[in-house]
Structure formats: structure tokens, C-alpha cells
Design a protein around this ligand. Sequence first.
Ligand SMILES: [Zn+2]
Ligand SMILES: [Zn+2]
Ligand SMILES: [Zn+2]
Length: 143
Amino acid sequence: MKFNCPNCGQPFDGLAVQDVECPTCHCKFNPRPPHQRVSMADLKQVRIVDVTCAQCGQSFSLPELPHNLNALVAESVRSDPEARWPVEAIDLLRSFGLVGLRGCMVIAEHVTRSAGVCHCCHTPIPSSGSVVCGSCRALNLDW
Ligand SMILES: [Zn+2]
Ligand SMILES: [Zn+2]
Ligand SMILES: [Zn+2]
């Protein structure tokens, strides 16, 4: 996303879910609306669980992110629904500093492209969160 320093107008280009410091005037600010922000303290609290997808056989580390961040990742994935590895969503996951690039790619791959629909076989799935598809057994991150 592109944004400007509220104090001096310096333009930025970045993900900025955490506070950023302006290199020109050194004020600290967060350009995102409050429901999209995260602090380092919040990220330090995040638990990471190991999950396995029975459909593709991949095991990976899944951070239990605050709901607003899951929603932000899902929104980002759905802005590029045809991509197996949506670049913006992967960059966003990377910016949290919790899992490595491969892990972020696998997470993004398993986020539902439409809420409530299996990312793999497109069967409707019953609940939201981490859901195993009853039809193809794929793990879905239905955020
Ligand atoms: Zn500034
Ligand atoms: Zn899978
Ligand atoms: Zn499925």
C-alpha cells in the first residue's frame, strides 16, 4: 500500500501493519485503520501450531494470528484469487516475522479463495477457521 507521513508528507510504499518511523521527520505513526494494525507485543504472544494437510501431504507451522490479521491475509489472498501463491498475501505473512518464506507460501495456498468454499475442490465447508474439507480432506484456512 502507498501512504504519506501525516506530519511531513514523505511518501511510503509498504505493508505497515506495525508502526513505521518517517526517515525525514522521525515521527512514528501507523497508516492503517485501527482494525488492521498489530504491535510487536501482539506478535510476540502469537502461538505457532504444527498442522498437516491430508490432501497435499504438506506439514507446516501455522501462527494463531489475531482475528484481524487473519482477515487481512484472507482479504489479500482474495484480491488475487487465481494465484496459487498470492504475492501480496505472502509478503504480508512474511512481515509478521513468524514463519519463513516456504511456510508463508503454504499458508497462503491453503486460505480459501471464497469464504466457506474449499480452496481445493470447491465444495462448501461447514464452519470457519481451520477446517478440513469433508470431500477432499484438504485443510482450509477459512478466515
Ligand atoms: Zn515525516
Ligand atoms: Zn493441502
Ligand atoms: Zn475439498
